[in-house]
Write a protein of this length. Structure first.
Length: 176
């Protein structure tokens, strides 16, 4: 039986923070002969991110990785707050919430591995993809049924936007 207590937090969320590798990507990289590392992102996650930006939600990316292609993709979706090369994610979290005057209880964070744990312990709604490591799953209030890079980001964004009546794709009533 799935624990649905996380749903009581959805209406409080006004901010999404995501890791990149293992959350927005499947966690694998293709290494080119010139040393470039290629990542794949899910178009449906991108649609959800753009929809959340357009609906006025705060979106922030905090990642230990640093890749110009990732930054360009995220900027193309309208995301302005992108912290790449973050070695201590709490520093970036604190800077972001201070700059935006945010409350931790209003933040949903999705991470997948050990570097995400300190931030996840602070936010109102820690979440993770289905294929996250055990330590992350143990502290998550919601574990998506989707893997990282395979729709986990869309899963959480869609749930929050539906609660806020800001998800245009909610056609369930028409097709019952």
């Amino acid at each position: 039986m799935e624990d649905k207590s996380y749903k009581e937090h959805l209406h409080k969320i006004n901010t999404f923070i995501f890791d990149v590798d293992g959350v927005l990507t499947d966690g694998t990289v293709t290494i080119m002969t010139n040393g470039d590392m290629l990542r794949r992102m899910n178009i449906k996650d991108g649609y959800a991110l753009k929809t959340a930006v357009d609906a006025g939600f705060n979106i922030c990316i905090i990642s230990g990785g640093s890749n110009l292609g990732v930054q360009k993709r995220l900027e193309g979706l309208g995301i302005k707050d992108i912290y790449l090369g973050a070695h201590n994610k709490i520093d970036q979290l604190n800077e972001y919430i201070e700059n935006k005057n945010l409350k931790l209880e209003n933040i949903l964070y999705m991470g997948d591995d050990i570097p995400d744990v300190p931030v996840m312990k602070l936010v109102g709604l820690p979440t993770c993809p289905q294929d996250a490591v055990y330590e992350v799953k143990a502290i998550s209030k919601y574990i998506s049924h989707k893997d990282g890079g395979k729709g986990a980001v869309r899963d959480v964004i869609e749930q929050v936007l539906k609660v806020h009546n800001k998800w245009d794709g909610n056609f369930d009533a028409k097709y019952d």
